[in-house]
Design a protein around this ligand. Structure first.
Ligand code: SF4
Ligand code: SF4
Length: 503
């Protein structure tokens, strides 16, 4: 590429004007297809496609370069030290001037919102163009994770290229030096075990990201589950990462968890696509697992109304009204209903009882464990144990339920009184519960079950509840092994229930 053109070889002439390269960099790479829009440019694309034209033009003598107004990978080009100082000045040895449209300084305040005012914006832009010489940076950390594409490379680059030191440490205090006003950071180097006291000019505490203010109110208003840290919880981390626990409400970005810009955009695109699919269809397909109501059996005790967290039950004119569009089929109401007026198709008490009966009719193992596994986590965890060929005793018989909340305590007693030596209830970890607090409801019922067993003088160690996720195949196998050993020590169930059965 010849860059001389109107610039020529001698700029002192009054008819000469410098060549200006535009725009550095990614001006036309906007993710929405428009010029000047935000762009995402991976390092390999940058080097393969975007830098070569500039490299050649600089080699040919171009002396000015205009900065792009957009942001690339979340950083406005006007304050991007990596592009301007490290690449343009450091790698390409650009000897000329960068040129900026002054409205781009306004952009830093108004559009990119990286500066409070124009003064701050100008300062950032100037700082980005200067190499800060002689600064030693140390990161004192407990744990470092570089998750995401090119993040590990970025972490390595921070150490190798920018000489940033990372010290795994326990920091005890920050104090002011007696000799001067310098700050001293004190702590212990975890790897060497040595105590240190490092002088520092500036100490920055990197705190964890928290959900934005108002997230809790929003979650309560929309009935969306949150994780233990208060972020909105996705329906399923692997297969429904942009669905919330409420149908038709999708989530994207840092309201779900701290994440980088590419991940936020990917999730936002997924949420947008799902919203469009839902709207263009013009109707909502109901899940077949909607609870059924039998008015003839109902005594209007209203217990079901209070247990449903999905606003799927209302009692109007002495009738329980099931709002099918809201019902997720968790079965918590059916387990609560003492008259069996509510049932989830495919998971009725009658159907589960039949499964228990078949298991007991074929009982050969001792001790025999009946295991109730939730659909979303524990069933998959047990499956993983099998597909991973993890060894565990063969004396367990799984019964699949959608949620452990649908487990009526009477089913546990049916299993024990028909010959099961132990019952394991396995569900999601509470924060992963597909049905907001399904596992917590099951835990509450477990408390009632063990109290009743105590009253009946049946050893309550025969019933166990545990959280097992889809990825915890080993935990499932270990739980079965340990539970089997404990049940062996307790002996057969017949010993505990002989007297009760006789009565
Ligand atoms: S819990 Fe059962 S009996 Fe009570 S109101 Fe609901 S459906 Fe009717
Ligand atoms: S099955 Fe679950 S979501 Fe449906 S009505 Fe019952 S408690 Fe509500």
């Amino acid at each position: 590429m010849g860059a001389r053109g109107s610039q020529g070889n001698d700029l002192s002439g009054t008819t000469k004007i410098t060549v200006c390269l535009k725009h550095f960099i990614g001006y036309g790479a906007g993710i929405n297809g428009k010029d000047r829009a935000s762009a995402l440019i991976p390092e390999n694309y940058l080097r393969q496609y975007y830098l070569p034209p500039f490299t050649e033009a600089i080699k040919s003598g171009a002396l000015t370069i205009m900065l792009s107004s957009n942001s690339v990978n979340g950083i406005p080009c006007h304050i991007n030290k990596y592009y301007m100082t490290d690449i343009l000045k450091g790698e390409l040895n650009f000897p000329g001037y960068t040129v900026s449209d002054f409205s781009d300084i306004d952009f830093l305040v108004d559009a990119h919102q990286v500066a409070h005012d124009k003064k701050e914006a100008t300062k950032q832009a100037i700082l980005a163009k200067k190499q800060i010489v002689g600064t030693n940076i140390t990161v004192y950390y407990n744990d470092v994770r570089a998750v995401g594409k090119f993040c590990e490379e970025f972490y390595n680059r921070a150490q190798e290229e920018f000489q940033i030191r990372y010290i795994k440490s326990n920091i005890s205090s920050v104090v002011k030096s007696d000799a001067n006003d310098q700050l001293l950071i004190r702590g212990e180097n975890v790897f060497t075990g040595k105590l240190f006291e490092d002088p520092s000019d500036l100490i920055v505490l990197a705190v964890g990201t928290e959900p934005p203010e108002g997230t809790e109110e929003l979650a309560n208003l929309l009935n969306i589950s949150t994780d233990p840290n208060g972020f909105l919880l996705e329906s399923h981390l692997k297969v429904r990462p942009s669905d919330s626990s409420v149908k038709g409400i999708y989530i994207a970005g840092a309201i779900q968890s701290p994440k980088d810009i590419p991940s936020s955009i990917a999730q936002a695109e997924s949420a947008a696509a799902k919203s469009i699919a839902l709207l263009t269809k013009g109707k909502v397909d109901l899940d077949p697992l909607v609870v059924r109501y039998n008015k003839d059996l109902c005594d209007l005790c209203r217990l079901c109304e209070n247990v449903c967290e999905f606003n799927a039950i209302e009692i109007v004119d002495d009738t329980v009204n099931i709002i099918g569009a809201n019902c997720v089929g968790c079965g918590a109401c059916a387990a609560m209903c003492h008259t069996n007026a509510l049932e989830v198709p495919g998971f009725t008490k009658e159907e589960v009882l039949k499964q228990i009966k078949v298991i007991m009719d074929k009982k050969k193992d001792s001790p025999l464990i009946v295991t109730f596994l939730c659909n979303w986590c524990s069933y998959l965890g047990a499956d993983l144990a099998g597909t991973s060929k993890i060894q565990y005793p063969t004396n367990t018989r799984p019964i699949h339920v959608m949620c452990t909340a649908m487990l009526d305590p009477s089913l546990v007693f049916e299993a024990l009184f028909n010959g099961a030596d132990g019952v394991l209830i396995a569900g999601c970890h509470p924060q992963d519960c597909h049905y907001i607090s399904g596992f917590k409801k099951a835990e509450n019922r477990y408390e009632s079950i063990t109290s009743m067993l105590e009253e009946l003088k049946v050893n309550n160690d025969r019933v166990k509840i545990i959280s097992i996720s889809a990825g915890e195949g080993q935990k499932f196998a270990d739980t079965i092994k340990e539970f089997s050993e404990n049940l062996k020590k307790l002996g057969p169930i017949s010993k505990d229930i002989k007297g009760i059965q006789a009565k």
